[in-house]
Design a binder for this molecule. Structure first.
Ligand SMILES: *[C@@H]1O[C@H](CO)[C@@H](O)[C@H](O)[C@H]1NC(C)=O
Ligand SMILES: *[C@@H]1O[C@H](CO)[C@@H](O)[C@H](O)[C@H]1NC(C)=O
Ligand SMILES: *[C@@H]1O[C@H](CO)[C@@H](O)[C@H](O)[C@H]1NC(C)=O
Ligand SMILES: *[C@@H]1O[C@H](CO)[C@@H](O)[C@H](O)[C@H]1NC(C)=O
Length: 447
């Protein structure tokens, strides 16, 4: 109950753009070369791009048990709400189709936030944001996306009405799917799922299945390049700021601190401190009897400053809601050696301003994902999906994902106290049997 309310709250009260993007507080931590955190930074190419995209370029192992049949499809309604809610709903649609051994017809996403512009959902085809062919090639043997042009007979459609409300339980939902995987339903070319809010579908799949789908999502070149530009800017501005700080003692110019081949590491902090979030999270804390959901600006700043492994100076990119970009105080109060920037101070606002909500958010997501260190709130879907993808990335790269200090792309949850007064180290439990914790927030962060 409280979980649903939480989600609904986010959808109905979050300021435009803040819901998803606030998370992106990308802290550019321009760690100096010797940063303890990055002893062997081999996961970075010459241009300073982290290896996320390379990891994604590796196809998943073929799952030979699975038979996605030719000529059988699932169709779903337009996918709505915030970026990360849309990603979860999309993955859920893929996994539903997989369960039915069917291809998912490429759905529409929504470029704007549902609750703000109810008449202007701005449908945007999946392949405007993510690469269609790459998705199918990476997810080959696991799930498949299809085009409407593949359909033989547009009239051979069976509607599957999703239930809703309290009586529509997990078990009933699953029984319905099983029923529709048998004849007579199964012979239809298309099963069209109808009902509102695919996001609210019950969750029948393990975290690792979601993670596989997320891994197949690669931004189209246009937006991937924008994310590259932002990351480069963070590294460059961070390098300069740190160069200036170090120049006197090292006798080096602004550009001299790191070799050109060595990308400047950065840290991203997704700061959720907007007024309406603070009101909401206080209520949620009371209702759920958990007192580690809200963190004030001061608490976040203090905990980030206490991260033991961080070498200073470090550049921090703050991913905050647009409403906070006017608030100069978020740049104040950071410990000596922590150099905070947000979009505006970084001079990248014009990159974001060109795009509707969904694209902005997707760029921000990418920037946080690639950060060398990420700090977020474990009750934010945005932060949670980033932690999940970063955990998955470590597993793929063969970096042992333990809570030990040595992990290469650490994530932290600032809303939970960790060692030495710092934020708690955060890994996603990839053995979890559902995405519940990630969809609705949790203070179980494994470490
Ligand atoms: C899907 O394919 C698997 C393996 O081929 C099979 O065991 C399963 O019964 C199929 N399910 C449906 C709904 O066709
Ligand atoms: C398409 O499907 C409908 C309903 O099953 C059927 O009546 C019709 O003959 C089919 N058309 C073709 C061209 O197969
Ligand atoms: C952390 O590292 C130490 C030494 O490398 C090891 O003994 C310990 O088991 C590790 N802890 C975890 C949780 O992996
Ligand atoms: C991860 O999830 C599994 C399945 O729910 C559970 O058994 C296990 O204890 C969890 N591990 C941690 C470290 O929370």
């Amino acid at each position: 109950m409280s979980l649903w309310n939480f989600k609904i709250w986010k959808l109905s009260h979050s300021p435009f753009n803040s819901l998803i993007c606030k998370c992106l507080a990308l802290v550019v931590a321009a760690l100096v070369l010797r940063a303890v955190l990055f002893p062997n930074f081999s996961g970075v190419d010459v241009r300073g791009k982290l290896v996320v995209s390379d990891i994604r370029a590796r196809p998943l192992e073929k799952d030979s048990d699975y038979g996605i049949r030719q000529g059988k499809y699932v169709e779903v309604p337009q996918i709505v709400w915030g970026l990360n809610n849309q990603k979860i709903a999309f993955a859920r649609a893929c996994l539903t189709a997989r369960m039915l051994n069917r291809t998912l017809l490429m759905p529409s996403l929504s470029a704007s936030l549902f609750y703000k512009e109810i008449d202007q959902l701005q449908p945007i085809s999946f392949d405007k944001l993510f690469q269609f062919r790459k998705f199918n090639s990476l997810c080959n043997g696991f799930v498949r996306l299809g085009q409407y042009s593949e359909l033989l007979n547009q009239t051979e459609v069976l509607e599957l009405q999703k239930g809703s409300g309290r009586k529509w339980t997990l078990v009933r939902d699953f029984d319905q799917l099983k029923e529709f995987s048998r004849d007579p339903y199964d012979q239809y070319e298309v099963i069209r799922i109808v009902g509102k809010n695919p996001f609210l579908w019950h969750d029948h799949w393990p975290v690792k299945d979601y993670a596989k789908v997320f891994e197949c999502l690669a931004l189209v070149d246009e937006f991937a390049k924008e994310a590259d530009r932002v990351v480069s800017k963070i590294r460059a501005v961070g390098g300069e700021a740190i160069g200036e700080k170090l120049a006197p003692e090292l006798g080096q110019g602004a550009n001299g601190v790191r070799s050109k081949l060595q990308p400047m590491p950065y840290m991203a902090v997704h700061m959720r401190i907007e007024k309406d979030w603070m009101i909401h999270c206080k209520k949620l804390e009371q209702r759920s009897n958990i007192n580690e959901i809200c963190s004030s600006k001061e608490e976040i700043i203090e905990r980030v400053g206490n991260i033991k492994e961080l070498s200073k100076p470090t550049v921090i990119y703050l991913a905050v809601a647009d409403s906070l970009l006017e608030d100069k105080t978020i740049l104040n109060g950071w410990q000596e050696g922590l150099l905070p920037f947000e979009k505006k101070k970084l001079g990248v606002s014009q990159i974001y301003d060109k795009y509707p909500y969904l694209i902005k958010s997707a760029i921000d997501y990418e920037v946080c994902l690639r950060a060398d260190v990420f700090v977020g709130n474990s009750f934010s879907t945005f932060s949670s999906l980033i932690a999940l993808e970063r955990t998955q990335k470590m597993i793929r790269m063969g970096v042992s994902s333990s809570c030990n200090n040595s992990i290469r792309w650490p994530s932290y949850a600032y809303n939970i106290m960790g060692d030495f007064g710092g934020p708690r180290k955060w890994l996603t439990n990839m053995s979890d049997t559902s995405l519940q914790a990630i969809s609705y927030g949790s203070n179980h962060v494994t470490c």
